[in-house]
Design a protein around this ligand. Structure first.
Ligand SMILES: Nc1ncnc2c1ncn2[C@@H]1O[C@H](COP(=O)(O)OP(=O)(O)OP(=O)(O)O)[C@@H](O)[C@H]1O
Length: 709
């Protein structure tokens, strides 16, 4: 007897335990389902809380770092080459840009986003309804009920009206949002870029941003587009996923959905790990595009010089190199996208599709508690299947789009990094912090220490430098400590060999370069006018060339008439310019090409006569005009009471000055009164002696020959 009972007992008890467990599960199914959902939601909330606190800690660390004066990555060019990842840095940058493009809850952008979101919800609800109607149509077909079928078709057509309107509205909103973001961002950048001489600092004093033009014109547009697109591509699928999964779980059971979601999550995790860093690729591509464009604009700017040198082959080499570097990179991205696309397609379309079908079959093969049970007819079963399948397709499509949007997010990260870097660098420059590759000659640490120092700038009527070093942006010390003073009416001549720092002195005076030490007393910026060797001719009318940077309204506000402007032109024998084009003063042209070098210098002088500043810096600005014109220019400038500060190698200009600052190119200088006549006489004598000295060997040789004879 005992022989029979031994194997049967455990079997029975296992069966009993299993059936008890199943009963227990079925009776508590709703509660278990809720518990599973609750656990998932809690885990999600916890994760978000953790991420937010991490973000806060990182921001605090960064703020502390900034206030202590160090930068996050002190290597030059770090902004353009830094890693692009979905990390804290990305979210910080994105948040900053979001605050700019959507400035507040009541802004136009926020309102449009709200209305966009409304239409996104409407579209999902319509799709849900369509899925149900789909099932009902098939059910009517299976049942063979023609009347019901036709009624359903009419409803189907009716729902198409709001559906198509919603779709068009979504596309319109997306394009409009992208445009609005771009406008906000461009305005913000323009305000910053063109204030406090930031545009100068970016190109001359800092080398982190190579092509600000590319970032402002192209990358900002791409960022705005990408952001607007991503919202639709992310918000809609997320909403779809939630709503469809919820509806599905009602008919196929919550556990099934949770189980499938876990599988999908797992495969998504694997996919993410295998996704190449597309964000970095995009940032690199944008940088290479910028460099290629820059090479082209250089060629346009210097076309005449290149043509005269017959330098087209050399330029072609440079352009080809730029282009092929870009194309090599783009090809590399294409190849990575190809392999990634295969994997993405397989997982999203086929693997998840199969999982979906399995899920849809649940109500067909298994009887779920709460279901209608035996009363399910063929038509109902078909309807459920078709509706579920449709919802599942939409849900998996939504999930697919969320997954695909990972790549879009990475691309957004690329543009975010480019645009945010520009903003960061502009902030740094406005705060007086520059990063530039230092000269490698010697004592980089010493240079770094000097570059960190700051001198004092005091506004005053006269000009005075007290122990001010002249240091180039890459740390080259041109003069260790310069001291001189200049009263109004003391005309100063600055001389010295090339590269000794003559123009740099005026860059400090003009506020372009920082004062690294000592004290500078100087009049306000508006009292000093600068004329360079190659005058800048702006885009615009002839009148604007004379009055630049004053606008027509400013000219009229000053009470200056065209007749007065013509008088200025007459002084410089430029009155014929007004007759050059039928439009006269309003004629617009590319003046840089229309006017010769000498004419351009005369126009620049006319500008000086119009502005009549207290001080004028004349940096080799008469190199292309005749001595007579030069005389007219200087005599008239002095007659207007302008104190002149001239950089020139021309001796003919000495007589207009009473002070001289002479650099020797070795870091030394002399500042004295200038008696032009005496100095000219001395220079003449010196030159005569030098000629004699050069003849001495010849004379000695001749004497030797004569003695030998
Ligand atoms: N933006 C810049 N970045 C780095 N170095 C610069 C920059 N501008 C000028 N320098 C350097 O500073 C030094 C002095 O230049 P500066 O223009 O003052 O010379 P200069 O005495 O006026 O010469 P020149 O008579 O040839 O005009 C040069 O070696 C130049 O290369």
């Amino acid at each position: 007897m005992a022989v029979h009972s031994k194997p049967v007992l455990p079997d029975r008890s296992i069966k009993r335990v299993v059936s008890q467990l199943v009963d227990l599960y079925v009776s508590n199914r709703t509660r278990i389902s809720r518990a599973v959902y609750l656990t998932l939601v809690l885990a999600l909330v916890n994760r978000i809380r953790h991420a937010v606190s991490e973000q806060k800690a990182a921001s605090a660390r960064e703020a502390a770092k900034r206030s202590s004066g160090t930068t996050s990555s002190d290597t030059p060019d770090s902004a353009s080459k830094k890693k692009v990842e979905l990390n804290r840095e990305f979210f910080r940058s994105l948040l900053r840009l979001l605050n700019i493009v959507i400035p507040g809850a009541s802004s136009k952008e926020a309102r449009m986003l709200l209305s966009h979101s409304f239409f996104l919800v409407v579209r999902t609800l319509i799709s849900l309804k369509v899925a149900e109607m789909d099932g009902a149509i098939v059910k009517a077909l299976v049942k063979g009920s023609g009347k019901e079928f036709l009624t359903r078709i009419v409803w189907w057509m009716l729902i198409a009206v709001p559906a198509t309107f919603t779709n068009s509205m979504l596309s319109y909103h997306q394009a409009e949002l992208s445009l609005k973001y771009r406008t906000r961002l461009t305005q913000y950048i323009h305000d910053k870029y063109l204030s406090k001489l930031t545009f100068y600092g970016i190109s001359a004093l800092d080398d982190r941003i190579k092509n600000p033009d590319q970032v402002i014109s192209v990358d900002v547009a791409k960022f705005s587009n990408s952001l607007a697109e991503l919202y639709s591509n992310l918000a809609k699928p997320l909403l779809d996923m939630t709503i469809y999964t919820w509806s599905l779980s009602k008919s196929v059971g919550g556990e099934g959905v949770v189980f499938m979601s876990l599988l999908v999550q797992l495969s998504a995790g694997v996919m993410r790990a295998l996704t190449p860093p597309f964000g970095k690729y995009v940032a690199d591509e944008a940088r290479l595009e910028g460099e290629f464009r820059f090479q082209h604009s250089r060629l346009i700017d210097h076309s005449e010089e290149v043509a005269l040198y017959h330098g087209h082959e050399a330029e072609k080499d440079t352009l080809d190199k730029g282009y092929f570097t870009l194309i090599k990179h783009v090809n590399y991205i294409l190849r990575r996208r190809f392999y990634h696309g295969i994997m993405e397609d397989f997982v999203i379309k086929y693997f998840w599709g199969a999982l979906g079908l399995l899920l849809c079959s649940v109500p067909v093969f298994f009887k779920l508690p709460g279901q209608l049970g035996e009363t399910i007819s063929m038509g109902d079963r078909t309807e459920t299947f078709v509706t579920n399948r449709r919802m599942l397709l939409s849900a998996s499509d939504a999930f697919g789009r969320v997954m695909f949007s990972y790549r879009e997010i990475m691309e957004l990260a690329g543009y975010t990094s480019r645009v945010a870097s520009l903003l960061d660098v502009m902030d740094d420059i406005q705060a007086g912090h520059f990063e530039k590759k230092l000269v490698s000659s010697s004592g980089i640490e010493e240079h770094e220490a000097v570059l960190k120092g700051r001198g004092k700038v005091v506004e005053s009527k006269d000009i005075e430098f007290i122990d001010v070093p002249i240091i180039s942006p890459n740390g080259d010390v041109l003069v260790k400590a310069l001291s001189f003073s200049l009263k109004q009416g003391d005309h100063l001549l600055v001389v010295g060999p090339n590269g000794c720092g003559k123009s740099s002195l005026f860059r400090i005076l003009g506020g372009l370069w920082p004062v690294y030490g000592g004290t500078v007393y100087k009049p306000p910026f508006t009292d000093i006018f600068y004329i360079p060797q190659r005058p800048y001719l702006s885009r615009g009318s002839l009148r604007q060339q004379i009055t630049y940077p004053d606008s027509l309204r400013a000219v009229r506000a000053r009470g200056v008439t065209d007749a007065q402007l013509l008088d200025i032109l007459k002084i410089l024998s430029l009155e014929h310019l007004v007759d050059l084009y039928p439009e006269g003063w309003d004629a617009e042209a590319e003046w840089r090409d229309v006017l010769s070098g000498g004419l351009q210098q005369r126009v620049a002088m006319a500008r000086l006569f119009y502005h009549k500043p207290r001080y004028a810096i004349l940096d080799e600005c008469t190199s292309s005009v005749t001595l007579e014109t030069e005389k007219v220019m200087y005599d008239n400038a002095k007659a207007l009471g302008i104190t002149l500060m001239t950089v020139s190698h021309r001796r003919s200009l000495w007589k207009y000055h009473s002070r001289i600052l002479q650099f020797d190119g070795q870091g030394n200088y002399v500042f004295t009164k200038l008696d032009a006549e005496k100095r000219l006489q001395l220079e003449d004598e010196k030159e005569d002696l030098e000629v004699l000295l050069r003849q001495v060997p010849e004379i000695e040789r001749r004497i030797g020959e004569l003695t030998a004879e």
